[in-house]
Design a protein around this ligand. Structure first.
Ligand code: PNS
Length: 166
């Protein structure tokens, strides 16, 4: 049994990420989802909100836990005792970017080895960017986010509730 570390911004976690988590658990036995910060990005949701949405998304999946960390991924690998970093790639530009990140992480920690998994069938177009676009228009991103996350965003007033749709 190995531990797969699945880091990301998760702004917000999508059904594509959920599929990746499920596949990582099937491959490695245990997964730790780490909500982190990419210094080059500004976020629509706070770290606390991103953590909560990630927790809601993977709720009920055995052998998965979610952490938040604002440090370096190469250091988290050692703290968690992770055997592998798992990231999803949907297209060539994702792959080029992730390969660069993987090389940087490996150069800074020889235990920080990355495995890239291609997006699950039919999930290539599912992205946090697409979900944020819908959220900005106050359209519930069904098919992109877990229903529990959509309910959470309704509760926070980021999406209209049922009564506002009639
Ligand atoms: O979902 P994303 O935006 O592709 O995730 C990127 C993330 C958060 C995994 C990446 O930025 C990261 O590893 N951040 C942690 C800080 C760190 O280690 N930075 C140095 C790597 S260049």
């Amino acid at each position: 049994m190995s531990i797969a570390l699945i880091p990301g911004s998760f702004d917000p976690m999508t059904l594509g990420h959920l599929d990746l988590v499920r596949r990582a658990v099937a491959l490695y036995g245990e997964a730790v989802v780490a909500v982190m910060n990419n210094e080059g990005k500004s976020y629509d949701h706070t770290m606390e909100e991103r953590l909560e949405m990630a927790k809601l998304t993977v709720e009920n999946i055995p052998h998965v836990r979610v952490v938040a960390d604002s440090g370096l991924l190469v250091e988290l690998v050692d703290r968690i005792g992770a055997d592998v970093i798992v990231k999803g790639v949907r297209n060539d530009s994702d792959r080029v970017y992730e390969e660069k990140m993987a090389a940087w992480n490996l150069a800074h920690n020889p235990r920080a080895k990355t495995v890239l998994l291609s997006a699950g069938a039919g999930l290539e177009a599912v992205s946090s960017t697409a979900a944020r676009e819908k959220l900005r228009q106050r359209i519930p991103p069904h098919g992109l986010l877990a229903e529990r996350v959509i309910d959470y965003l309704i509760g926070k007033g980021e999406l209209p509730g049922e009564e506002e749709n009639v």
